[in-house]
Design a protein around this ligand. Structure first.
Ligand SMILES: NC(=O)c1ccc[n+]([C@@H]2O[C@H](COP(=O)([O-])OP(=O)(O)OC[C@H]3O[C@@H](n4cnc5c(N)ncnc54)[C@H](OP(=O)(O)O)[C@@H]3O)[C@@H](O)[C@H]2O)c1
Length: 259
């Protein structure tokens, strides 16, 4: 998705991108669709790369960097999008002189929207910052922050499209349970409303409270629904954050053990 978006936004020319994958199948399919080069191996990509994107599962990052570190260009910038793999891990795997960046993109980049979280390792230069923030600002909004914020912020950016979709699915399902609406109609109505609400909230200065007060007039019907949500949802979201934090700790231990 990132390769397609970087090309589509004109940020990188297809001729300047080489990609490899484990089986080679997805890299070749992408090359056919986009005009990039499908390289025969990870080392073939790494030995030419000015910026090396690592887009494998967290458990595979060490393997890939172990494989390529001997052929890396001296000035290479390593950009990892793997969740749970820290800047310290990346520096450890790629060597102390490597310049490393962590990015947590979101599926919303597909539509040129949403947030990519970015944090730079100590050796990153102002040019690295400009290049990486420029790339991710072209596919949404790049937010640079300290690595200590990554987990919580990722719940609000990268995980959030799934959380929001799950909430809206339950909303539509409850409407269907009343027996008064077909599933397809409920889904259509709420999807269109979700997209419209996102656009209203996107206006600078329009906060949640303003949208709520514009719709939920005092003593009205909407206000009754808002009261139920305000009573029930805080506990649900508290549990979401506890659950994601617990899973991250488990993941970090698995990663440290090399599982
Ligand atoms: N999905 C999201 O919304 C999201 C958001 C933020 C960050 N991330 C991070 O993005 C990373 C990738 O996630 P994903 O959902 O795209 O995973 P995925 O669909 O499983 O893709 C993983 C890719 O890694 C390739 N790969 C695996 N081992 C390799 C190796 N040794 N050498 C070269 N390529 C190898 C695979 O190649 P083949 O195609 O040949 O099997 C596949 O193309 C993860 O670390 C995840 O934490 C994902």
């Amino acid at each position: 998705m990132l390769i397609r978006k970087f090309i589509g936004t004109g940020m990188i020319a297809p001729g300047d991108i080489s990609a490899s994958s484990k089986t080679g199948i997805s890299a070749r399919a992408l090359a056919e669709r986009t005009g990039i080069t499908a390289a025969p191996s990870n080392t073939a990509v790494a030995e030419q790369a000015g910026i090396l994107f690592i887009c494998v599962k967290p458990a595979d990052v060490r393997k890939v960097l172990d494989e390529v570190w001997g052929v890396l260009q001296p000035g290479v910038l390593i950009v990892s999008i793997a969740g749970s793999v820290t800047l310290a891990d990346l520096t450890h795997y790629a060597g102390l002189h490597a310049r490393v960046v962590r990015v947590i993109p979101a599926v919303t980049a597909e539509k040129g929207a949403g947030v990519s979280l970015v944090t730079f390792g100590r050796g990153a230069t102002p040019e690295d910052r400009e290049r990486v923030l420029g790339l991710f600002n072209a596919v949404g909004t790049a937010v640079e922050t300290g690595e200590e914020n990554f987990d919580l912020y990722a719940d609000l950016t990268s995980c959030a499209p799934a959380f929001i979709a799950a909430m809206i699915r339950e909303y539509a399902a409850a409407a269907v349970r009343t027996g008064a609406v077909e599933p397809a109609v409920a889904e259509f109505l709420i999807r269109k409303t979700l997209s419209g609400t996102a656009r209203v909230l996107d206006d600078e200065g329009t906060g949640f409270d303003e949208v709520i007060s514009r719709v939920a007039t005092k003593g009205g019907i909407t206000e009754e629904g808002v009261k139920v949500l305000e009573a029930r949802l805080p506990g649900v979201f508290d549990k979401v954050f506890v659950a994601t934090e617990r899973k991250r700790l488990i993941r970090a231990k698995e990663l440290a053990r090399g599982d």
